[in-house]
Design a protein around this ligand. Sequence first.
Ligand SMILES: C[S@@+](CC[C@H](N)C(=O)[O-])C[C@H]1O[C@@H](n2cnc3c(N)ncnc32)[C@H](O)[C@@H]1O
Length: 304
Amino acid sequence: MLAEGGDHAAAAELMDQALEIAPEWAAGWDLLGSFHEKADNVAGAISAWRRLEALDDDGVFGARLKLAAHNAGAAGEGTAVSYVEALFDQYAPQFEDALVGKLGYRVPEMLDALVVEEMAALGIERFSKAIDLGCGTGLMGEKLREKVVFLEGVDISAAMIAETARKGIYDNLQKAELVAALNARRAEADLMTAADVFIYCGDLQPVLAALVPALKPGGLVAFSLEAHDGEEALFLRPSLRYAHGVAATRDALVVAGLEVLRFETATLRQDRGAPITGILVLARKPAVELTAANDGASDGDVAA
Ligand SMILES: C[S@@+](CC[C@H](N)C(=O)[O-])C[C@H]1O[C@@H](n2cnc3c(N)ncnc32)[C@H](O)[C@@H]1O
């Protein structure tokens, strides 16, 4: 009640007393950390999250991420799978009302517009197989449905998958971490999308290194990121979502061997009363892959 009424310092004091009685209560330390954070007591929050880290064996509370976002530790590599899974399992029933209804989320529309323009340029009416990474409740899938013969969705959260399964949008749904799912596939999709997903994955290079081999030659990928203007390639925000540097994102696309077709900044949605600026990318796997044998070859031979 104190926290709901906005008195986070008093809520923290009460939670401190509760934790004296129940010191092994992980969710209590998590709440204490967030009350301190909201009361602008960062030192208090860090100390609570350190206690949480010792109890959060599976990482569902994201203690390491919370510490890292306040410069008090390292986040670890890749998606914090247990945290993201628990977050979206909890969020699934109200996801669309909150994100689309209240926060003006528009990423699926914006990525879809890029895909539609490219389809017109290529003169194609349908993709044969698309994989929507981090499909969530299917907002991206709804946009893609009529443009794809076989549409797959992959998501780490069972509750998000259950929400989208009810709508019957996708031909196949897989509950999996996306890098692991991509590593099991070879050159099978001619379109991949990831709307508001790589913001949970951190470093783009391992994601793209898994994604590119799963795309057919000439296949397209459309995804969004949250952007930041700083020097760093990557920055973990207090929201526990990653913001990617613009220059580093371009570099990662080149390293992955993708041709950049569109690279735009746009407002993705609102968050805590402020607009979130993001990057929208549409890129293509080259139709003919360069190999050591033909890279820079002067005799005009091209290896397929
Ligand atoms: C903000 S939601 C976006 C959902 C959907 N793409 C949309 O635009 O409405 C992010 C989704 O990505 C999923 N996700 C995040 N990281 C993931 C990962 N590494 N592997 C699989 N799914 C992931 C989450 O479970 C969640 O459903």
